[in-house]
Design a protein around this ligand. Structure first.
Ligand code: BG6
Length: 488
């Protein structure tokens, strides 16, 4: 997977939180088992509670028992891994905690120092300021910021500017875990490592592109956060727009961070602005009502614990976006995401145009025979749909697909997104992290949509949990004679 990083100290703020326990520590453990962490690599978890390191370690063990496979959990490497871990009580507003952290880090100014902020964004600036005030921002220090990076453009700018006074832009790692997913990497390989698709990857040959991330889960105990946030900010502003960038960008001159980020930025800036009536015409927002997920009844959004009974927060969004550039002008990019939908799936679909004239019987009349399905989850792979002759004496065409299943092709477990991204942070590779101007450009496009929704005064459209969202979402595509992939 790449070179072993230099010795490091990784300080995990929010070290007892859900993300640390479910994703970050298991990811670090897996890289440890793969022999990817240097012997001199320490992980200092911090949290607001008073706790000893042994008490913290038994918490980690409990979570590992749930998260890891039996084989991983029972590996002798686990004991070794825990030697790397320690716990330190630090409260963003508590100066004493930072002093103690300083003592823990003292004398190791030469090693890579990573501050991973897996905490709510309102603490980002205070933590960075405290780190600075306690002289902990060494020359080798990096900071990792988890989303959400602000609530709107102004707050994103405020956070970025204040953190920018303490850390150089090249020391700031803004995580979007979708960019760490194996298939997203593969999408880059597919587009820029092969000659096959690139000539077709443009308006002349592509009819539409769909980016769809559907979830079966609801608000998962994050009611307070989610009700203030909604699907547009939680998923579209970051994950879906980043996928859009990778699918639509021009070939970068190299895989180097700024070469890729420059091209992604151009895509974000080319997005046709959606505001006022245009925003309302090209977006659908929905909110789930009671229904069933795979046969099990679930309550509606407004009945979830901690959600306001009259909440107007959207749990579903569909958008018809367009890019104003030569490559993509006029091609619809349909984006869709939602909670409590029928399936858990994330995929990108490139629908190619129909043949200009069919010489065959109209036995297969649904049109758009060629579509490329790039599957991010649950299974990772690429599927190319085409028409082939059905066996027999008649010239009858039937849809078939060429399937590439990555797990099967490579006989190897793909690394989890956080494994890759954490290793990139330790190695100092910024390619898969968002630059400040990308963040701003994404908010610039999102904000007028939020404003249009607000001004319209209309509530989100209801949909039954376990379906594919409100009917208006299908109608959005129906307008152009298209349909979402699942419903095809
Ligand atoms: C997070 C969102 O960024 O991504 C969550 O805050 C969402 O609401 C999650 O559930 C989805 O990630 P994944 O990797 O499970 O598709």
């Amino acid at each position: 997977m790449g070179a072993t990083p230099e010795p490091f100290d990784l300080v995990l703020f929010g070290g007892t939180g859900d993300l640390a326990m479910r994703k970050l520590l298991p990811a670090l453990y897996r890289r440890h088992c793969a022999g990817q962490l240097p012997p001199d690599g320490r992980i200092i978890a911090t949290g607001r509670s008073e706790m000893t390191t042994p008490a913290f370690l038994s918490r980690v063990e409990e979570h590992f028992a749930e998260t890891l496979s039996d084989e991983e959990f029972n590996s002798p490497d686990r004991e070794d891994f825990t030697q790397r871990l320690s716990y330190q009580q630090v409260d963003a507003s508590d100066v004493i905690g930072f002093d103690a952290l300083g003592t823990a880090l003292a004398g190791r100014e030469q090693v890579t120092r990573v501050f991973y902020l897996a905490v709510a964004p309102q603490h980002f600036v205070t933590i960075c300021q405290q780190l600075h005030a306690h002289d902990l921002v060494s020359a080798n220090a990096r900071v990792v910021l988890e989303k959400p990076l602000g609530h709107d453009l102004a707050s994103a700018q405020r956070i970025s500017e204040q953190i920018g006074e303490i850390f150089d832009e090249d020391a700031i790692y803004r995580i979007d875990h979708y960019l760490g997913k194996e298939t997203v990497q593969n999408l880059i390989a597919l587009r820029f490592g092969n000659m096959l698709f690139e000539p077709l990857w443009r308006r002349e040959w592509v009819r539409d592109v769909q980016i769809s991330v559907s979830e079966q889960v609801g608000v998962e105990g994050r009611a307070g956060f989610y009700d203030r946030t909604g699907a547009l900010r939680d998923m579209v502003q970051n994950h879906l727009l980043q996928l859009l960038c990778i699918i639509a960008m021009e070939p970068p001159a190299s895989i180097e961070a700024n070469a890729v980020r420059d091209e992604k930025l151009k895509v974000l800036r080319a997005l046709l602005p959606l505001s006022g009536q245009e925003a309302l015409r090209n977006t659908v927002r929905g909110q789930y009502r009671a229904g069933a997920i795979e046969g099990a009844p679930v309550v509606g959004y407004q009945e979830e614990d901690g959600i306001e009974r009259q909440s107007r927060t959207e749990t579903f969004v569909a958008i018809r976006a367009e890019l104003e550039n030569w490559r993509w002008a006029g091609v619809p990019f349909y984006l869709r995401t939602g909670k409590r939908l029928q399936e858990r799936s994330a995929e990108i679909i490139v629908n190619f145009r129909d043949v200009p004239h069919s010489i065959f019987d109209r036995t297969y009349s649904t049109g758009h025979p060629n579509r490329l399905v790039i599957k991010l989850q649950p299974d990772e792979g690429v599927r190319l749909h085409m028409l082939a002759k059905s066996p027999g004496d008649r010239m009858q065409l039937r849809p078939v697909s060429l399937d590439l299943d990555f797990a099967e092709a490579f006989q190897q477990r793909p690394a989890d997104a956080y494994e890759r991204l954490l290793m990139d942070v330790l190695r100092g590779r910024l390619t898969l992290f968002m630059r400040r101007d990308e963040l701003y450009a994404a908010w610039r496009w999102i904000e007028p949509i939020l404003e249009a929704w607000q001004e319209s005064g209309e509530p989100p459209k209801p949909y039954t949990a376990g379906t594919w969202g409100p009917a208006a979402s299908s109608a959005l595509l129906g307008r152009e004679n298209a349909n979402w992939h699942e419903e095809a």
